[in-house]
Ligand binder design. Structure first.
Ligand code: DAT
Ligand code: MG
Length: 153
């Protein structure tokens, strides 16, 4: 689509492995705009709602236990720009690292689905839901790139 926003989170494993700057850098260098960021250990209700579509899956409880464990925070972000929801998923790569293309974040840095280091919204509907779940409206800041004409025309 056009100018969109998506929810991107570096999960605990990405934080523990020191890949926060690498991940932020990939979105930043592409030309996307960081409009919200915070370090947070999600509550159980937030983690369960975030992965609500997976509630019936056998790994659901373990996934929620992991995300809420506090063994490291999650770096929650909102990124903005042209087609950022779909392009963000391409930058991240396939859910299973063994299917993720080299050049994608998961393809370059991960080996197993349980430690795939990053989350990205998969649709406009999930992006809208996840941004609202993780952020208060005043935490998402509207600003303009001063160099926009050199990135987009
Ligand atoms: P994605 O994170 O690519 O959107 P998803 O929404 O299907 O993938 O699943 C969310 C997360 O749940 C995924 O990043 C890691 C975990 N997960 C998914 N499938 C799994 C599986 N078969 N075993 C263990 N964890 C899994
Ligand atoms: Mg998903």
């Amino acid at each position: 689509g056009g100018i969109e926003r998506t929810f991107i989170a570096v999960k605990l494993d990405g934080v523990q492995r020191g890949l926060v700057s690498e991940i932020i850098g990939r979105f930043e260098r592409k030309g996307y705009k960081l409009v919200a960021i915070k370090s947070v250990v999600p509550s159980r209700p937030i983690a369960e709602a975030h992965y609500g579509d997976l509630r019936a899956r056998p790994f659901f409880k373990g996934l929620v236990d992991y995300m809420t464990s506090g063994r490291a925070p999650v770096i929650a972000m909102v990124w903005e720009g042209p087609d950022v929801i779909r392009q963000g998923r391409r930058i991240i790569g396939a859910t299973n690292p063994m299917d993720a293309q080299p050049g994608s974040i998961r393809g370059d840095f991960t080996l197993t689905v349980g430690r795939n280091i990053i989350h990205g919204s998969d649709s406009f509907e999930s992006a809208t839901f996840e941004i609202g779940l993780w952020f208060d409206p005043e935490e998402v800041y509207n600003w303009r790139f001063t160099n926009e004409e050199w990135v987009v025309s």
